[in-house]
Design a protein around this ligand. Sequence first.
Ligand code: VGL
Ligand code: ZN
Length: 193
Amino acid sequence: MPIKLTPSDALLLVDVQNDFCPGGALAVADGDAVVPVLNAWIESARQGGAKVFASRDWHPPDHVSFAERGGLWPPHCVQNTPGAAFHVDLELPEDAVVVSKADQADHEAYSAFDSGDLAEQLGAAGIRRLWVGGLATDYCVKASALDGTQIPGLDVHVIINAIRAVDVSPGDGEAALDAMREAGAILEDAAPA
Ligand code: VGL
Ligand code: ZN
């Protein structure tokens, strides 16, 4: 059954940014493949009156996640650089809410719930189902979905054909799926209506 979105649904597009796509500083294999899938969900959200949130990794140039500060990653998604921009083909609605995260130099944050007030915004809008897609499965998608499952009254649906993993170690993406499922997230392979 195709999924019909309503005003009590929200779409969370996680970090669909150039640096996580092929050619980017922290490219996820096939990362840009999520874009057309998410565009279909965005269109469904528009038709059904669902809210759209788009998170972005938004690091200062000296962020603690970068290798030169002892972190795991090459510099990526530095604020106001082309690598931090959303993928050009992502059809973000005018009224999408952009959620910037990991924007404090000394604090790593993978979850879209970590910086700002996403949980409060979902509550205030009466959101009952959160549909999550984007990059990367084993980091920011996982962390965001896990945090979402902690919110009373919110069902988290992870759109499995709209996510891709970094897979620093082979199997990380699969392990992330297991972790999300065990936490109560629904791994969804249906298409939007
Ligand atoms: C992410 C690694 C480092 C992500 C962000 O968006 O999944 N991964 N920073
Ligand atoms: Zn990052």
